[in-house]
Design a protein around this ligand. Sequence first.
Ligand code: FAD
Length: 398
Amino acid sequence: MSEHHEVVVLGGGTAGITVAARLRNAENPPEVVIVEPSEKHWYQPLWTLVGGGVFPKEESQRDEADFIPDGVEWIKDAVAGFDPDAKQVTLRSGKVLSYDQLVVALGLQIDWSRIPGLEEALAKPDSGVSSNYSFENAEKTWRNIQSFRGGTALFTQPDTPVKCGGAPQKIMYLAEDHWRRSGIRDACTIAFCNAKGGIFSVAKYAKTLTRICDERGIERRFLRDLKEIRVDAKEAVFTRMGDDAGEDVVMKYDMMHVTPPMGPLDVTKGSPLGEAGWIEVDKHTLQHVKYPDVFALGDCSNLPTSKTGAAIRKQAPTVVENLLAHRAGHPLTGHYDGYTSCPLVTGYGRLVLAEFDYDSNPQESFPFDQSQERYSMYALKAYGLPRMYWHGMLRGRM
Ligand code: FAD
């Protein structure tokens, strides 16, 4: 029940597969195993467009087996405990893996049950409540948008870190566009209820989004954190945050898209790799702050940047470069600057491509002002990036 491997990668999602593929493409590749319990792999960024009715959900799903890199062993199990002093992890099956180096790429946990009423509302077909944050629920968003005949539509964002900071509002712009095209826009009140104090963290893009909301009559309710759903009454109860703290606010809704609270996995909470559960790594080298043989990236890490696949595309080469250097006893030269990207879909055929670093400085890839809405950037998100993901990034090629 115990075996040794040179490199153990925990998690076979975006980050785990990308790092494993890059390690195997290296000149002198180490022996690598991936620990991943799921038979399926999802391209989660597509779920925004699934919720907007552009793609069926199956388009976002592939068999995990097809993306395990050549030469890598897939251990279909889940990590259940960490002993970094002994350089070991314990799996759910009881098996113990020892390693030379460990890569933690476990993603994050969606805490659906933290909002009383949410799971019941999602399960009930006519509740008007949906969420793009799961493969199972994203298509319900599109059904709700289509069947909406007017009234109040709420779009929420919680006070926790979330996958893709822009996704809670992207679906709102698609819904607004659909209702405008269907001729019912005047009958709709649309509100973005965000527990954060503003619309977006980077001033350049926040300015564009504020203008878009003003032009399209979208209300903003900041510092409101969804805490309960009264399913039968169709009421959403919000905690007021910050300077606005005080009595709870109750809002009636006819349709609501919920971005649920998220946090670290239970298995990493209180672990030696990070007391709070986020894996504590140096924000530039991605090496663990206490255990030099441990590296982490992606949603499970404590990196102070927006949690996206685009960020992982830049983190993965840094992890691989530094892990290989560490194996060879060389200084670490790989450096990650916090790059992340958020393709802010602002309507059907319109998108603002936000790209920025740790200091919220724009780091744009194209020679034009990316804070403007463009069809070309929408086409990139809908048709270009999924192909680049499946055929390039997960193969360790970009
Ligand atoms: P994941 O890809 O979630 O992988 C984690 C893996 O760990 C999973 O396969 C899981 O099964 C596995 N695992 C869990 N527990 C265990 C265990 N105990 N042992 C072993 N394995 C385990 N990003 C963008 O770049 N652009 C976007 O436009 C965008 N939009 C998004 C929209 C939505 C609605 C969502 C949900 C996400 C979006 N993202 C976007 C974010 C992006 O999808 C994530 O940041 C990215 O997938 C995170 O990769 P990861 O490898 O860290 O985690």
